[in-house]
Design a protein around this ligand. Structure first.
Ligand code: BG6
Ligand code: GLC
Ligand code: GLC
Length: 858
């Protein structure tokens, strides 16, 4: 008999243990929860996965925690927790720093929580009204902060549309609407008092801010109440849903939704599923339903009912429905505390549950298991957040020591834009031109192609990454068409660094070869010469090289007219050099051929530069006041007078020291293709030396100048294949990067190329704002013709540039037009007009002051 009872009890015990075992999580389980939470956090932050992420990571538009200098008197509402409260908060700063609060709690009846939105907000406003009466403040229009503890998609601190109700709320016509607007409208409906609603925040954000006021290190806010949720300070650059990369923003994770994509089904039990099915939002907030106060009592109740049904608990009497509903989270909390069994029994007694001593033990165990699981799950989630913050900080540390100076805020960029605009003015004005760094060279090109150009031309294109010779035929049969054939020729280093005579002989030889291949040896063709270096022109076909830039350094050319030099080299060949243009000008003209609005040309290639159409009356160096002329800015030299010292880094200085032209083209050396790869290499070497990368290992290849190319930067930067590319490229330099190394290298590439795009946006912004002022229109509508390998090879770069320009010059509509066919088509256009204006055509009198100019002045 005794053994039979003992056996039955043992069997019962096993069953109970089995039931509860499903609710006890192992450390592996928890580790997995943490890892999955981390994945969902990242998915919520990223643009491409945000819409399907179960953790929504909602931007809060709170950029920083309080610093103690806050002051004033505010009204606050707190809706969504256990209580609805209205408060007045008085904050003092300074020595008498203090916060005083007066508040009143109001009930929100169930029928209002689940009635219509209008009823709900009318009720809220009625409570406010009562509170203001109570405080005697009806007539003071106070600023109001609204803690609204539900997921809101915010677009500003005072705008937030409700994503979906959670917890016990289900009022109609609210989801998708702006809660601030709804509150404003309800205040208007009541027409009794007025309030300025200045902010809407989630309770987690409010909590973080409250605590940060006491402890500035606070950067996470956790609510474990009716609902469960966390917010924390995230780096702006990681929040893809919000523009901008600098600083931080608090993100409301809404982690209660974690698991909605079934990723934690392995740890959910049938009790969790029952609780879910009986809730207002079946399938939603699955993590919340395992962790928060509103549901813990429910889970315990489901388990107790199950155990009772299976005859394992409360044999006399079975609890009726009413009693069941008495078990709420407070009871669970109490019961899972360290209470003596007698006290447990007393509580159960109060609930009308007649329990044996065994029953109390079991109930206490169930409560303990459920609340322990909740705490552990929150802990696992929190660990994911802490890891994320730690990682952010690791990266920031890196940024602070090396790269911080490379990240330029919009404020700095604006400032650089202003400095550049000043430089533009200095270069144009005859008094200041001699000392100006940005030379603003007149080009004698006076208009964009008008469609009447035609002919058969040769174009030389020297100075970019390739030396090209082309034949360009522009005809007018039917539509205007352009036909081009081209060949690339080598420019070996010994030639571009040798004597000028040899360089031009080489050019002439290549030209001879090209003409022979084209079978035009005996034809007399006009040549347009894209010569991508700073030249002082006196007319279209007289062009004195001021100084070599980029890779070129042939002797005896600086100060000489390159048309003369080339003519000398060509000797007898029947070609006529009609025009020399800078590549920026060629690019503007090429694009202008397709889009008449084009009035700016920029190159972001081996070097960088821009030209644009300036009003002739502003160009002191050229006579005449009517019309416009294209100015080659030579912006690469911006900063040569020390103007950019505040933003140049040790790496920029090192690049300059090792270059062919130290002290010159300082802006170009921060941004253009010839230098970007080297910049990254220098950073990698320094970081490796200090042990931050590659475990401190550096191969001789990585130490070799030029081994890390700009095209590598572009391909590593791509988000998808970038990391594999980093491994490949570094592998080819003999390195064995770890996964973390690859991430860091990608990060560095991004920072360097981002800086380049931002700086170009600032200088281009300077030109655009000048154009806008020249035209005197409130808005500028224009097209920028653009070319160069850095810009072309790298979609991210282009996007970034466009975005920053739009931020810096908001009052403009800029079209960026890529010059698909290089600068030569444009050079041919210039040549065509020059040809027409020269003696070759029967054009009668030419009244233009500059006979070789683009403008046909008849
Ligand atoms: C080419 C133009 O497309 O781009 C050249 O035809 C120009 O005139 C060049 O110099 C600039 O880019 P990169 O990258 O070759 O220096
Ligand atoms: C719910 C809400 C969330 C809130 C949390 C705690 O999860 O969706 O916004 O922060 O409850 O109140
Ligand atoms: C260099 C040259 C400039 C050219 C640019 C782009 O900056 O000085 O003339 O336009 O490179 O090739």
């Amino acid at each position: 008999m005794v053994t039979a009872v003992a056996q039955r009890l043992a069997a019962q015990r096993r069953e109970i243990n089995d039931t509860l075992a499903r609710l006890s999580l192992s450390s592996e389980n928890l580790q997995q929860v943490k890892d999955k939470m981390r994945v969902e956090l990242e998915r919520g932050l990223r643009k491409d996965s945000h819409s399907t992420a179960s953790v929504k990571m909602l931007p809060s538009f709170v950029y920083r925690t309080p610093n103690g200098t806050e002051r004033g008197k505010y009204l606050a509402l707190d809706l969504g927790g256990t209580n609805f409260r209205v408060l007045v908060v008085k904050i003092r700063s300074g020595i008498r720093k203090s916060v005083r609060m007066y508040n009143k709690i109001y009930a929100i009846p169930l029928e209002i929580m689940q009635g219509t939105g209008e009823e709900l907000f009318d009720h809220i406003v009625q409570c406010i009204s009562d509170f203001l009466d109570y405080m005697g403040m009806k007539n003071t229009r106070l600023p109001l902060g609204f803690t609204f503890s539900f997921p809101c998609r915010q677009t500003g601190i005072d705008k937030g549309s409700l994503v979906s109700w959670t917890k016990g709320f289900k009022a109609t016509d609210c989801e998708g609407n702006d809660v601030v607007e709804m509150l404003r409208e309800a205040i208007k409906r009541r027409n009794e008092f007025d309030l300025d609603i200045v902010a809407v925040v989630n309770d987690t954000v409010g909590t973080m801010m409250t605590c940060a006021y006491e402890d500035p290190k606070c950067e996470i806010g956790l609510i474990a109440g009716t609902g469960s949720n966390v917010c924390y300070m995230e780096e702006m650059r990681n929040i893809e849903m919000v523009e901008g990369d600098e600083g931080q923003m608090c993100v409301n994770t809404e982690w209660g939704g974690f698991g909605e994509n079934d990723c934690i089904e392995d740890i959910r039990t049938r009790f969790d599923r029952e609780v879910d099915e009986g809730s207002l939002n079946n399938g939603k907030q699955r993590f919340e339903k395992m962790t928060s106060g509103m549901y813990l009592g429910e889970i315990v109740r489901q388990i107790l009912i199950d155990l009772t049904r299976r005859g394992l608990l409360f044999r006399v009497p079975v609890p009726n429905r009413e009693v069941q509903s008495c078990i709420n989270d407070h009871v669970v909390q109490k019961l899972s505390d360290r209470l003596a069994l007698l006290q447990v029994r007393a509580i159960l007694q109060q609930l009308g549950l007649d329990s044996t001593c065994d029953d109390s033990i079991i109930v206490k165990e169930v409560c303990g298991t459920v609340s322990r699981r909740a705490a552990q799950l929150c802990g696992a989630g929190m660990a994911a957040i802490v890891d994320k913050i730690r990682e952010n900080r690791g990266r920031n540390q890196m940024n602070i020591t090396y790269l911080y100076a490379m990240r330029l805020s919009d404020e700095t960029l604006m400032d650089i834009m202003k400095r550049f605009r000043r430089e533009l003015g200095n270069g144009l004005c005859s008094d200041t031109n001699p000392t100006a760094t940005v030379k603003m060279l007149p080009t004698f090109v006076r208009s964009i192609p008008d469609g009447s150009e035609k002919g058969d031309f040769i174009a030389l294109d020297l100075g970019g990454s390739a030396f090209r010779i082309l034949r360009v035929k522009v005809s007018h049969e039917k539509k205007q068409t352009v036909q081009m054939e081209s060949q690339i020729y080598d420019t070996p280093e010994d030639i571009i660094h040798g004597s000028g005579t040899r360089l031009f002989d080489h050019v002439a030889e290549c030209l001879g070869d090209f003409m022979e291949k084209q079978n035009i040896k005996d034809k007399k063709l006009s040549v347009g010469f894209t010569f991508s270096f700073p030249c002082a022109q006196t007319k279209l076909n007289e062009s004195y090289l001021l100084t070599w830039t980029k890779r070129f350094k042939a002797s005896g050319v600086e100060g000489m007219d390159i048309v003369t030099l080339l003519n000398k080299a060509i000797k007898k060949r029947g070609v006529d050099i009609m025009a020399v243009v800078n590549d920026t000008v060629g690019t503007m003209m090429t694009c202008g051929f397709d889009d008449q609005r084009c009035e700016v040309g920029i190159i972001i290639g081996t070097g960088t530069n821009a030209c644009y159409m300036e009003e002739l009356r502003h160009i002191d160096l050229v006579e005449g006041d009517e019309g416009r002329m294209c100015i080659n800015t030579e912006w690469g030299a911006f900063g040569d007078d020390g103007m950019l010292e505040d933003i140049r880094t040790e790496f920029d200085r090192e690049i300059d020291r090792g270059s062919l032209n130290p002290g010159k083209q300082l802006f170009e050396k921060m941004v253009s293709g010839m230098y970007i790869g080297e910049l990254v290499r220098l950073i990698l070497v320094k970081m490796a030396k200090e042990g931050f990368l590659f475990e401190g290992r550096i191969t001789p290849e990585l130490l070799t100048k030029g081994k890390f190319e700009t095209k590598h930067v572009s391909s590593i930067e791509k988000s998808k294949e970038g990391l594999t590319k980093a491994k490949d490229i570094l592998g080819r330099l003999g390195m064995e990067p770890s996964a973390d190394d690859c991430i860091a290298v990608q990060h560095i590439c991004t920072i360097v190329s981002h800086r380049s795009a931002n700086l170009i946006a600032a200088t281009l912004g300077g030109i655009l704002s000048r154009l806008k002022d020249n035209k005197g229109n409130p808005r500028l509508r224009t097209t920028v013709g653009i070319d160069g390998s850095l810009y072309k090879m790298h979609p991210q770069y282009a996007r970034r540039l466009h975005k920053t320009v739009r931020r810096l010059v908001p009052e403009s509509d800029v079209r960026f037009l890529l010059s698909e066919s290089g600068s030569s088509k444009g050079a041919a256009m210039v040549t065509a007009v020059a040809y027409r204006l020269a003696d070759h055509t029967p054009t009668p009198s030419c009244k233009s002051k500059h006979p070789m100019s683009m403008r046909d002045s008849t």
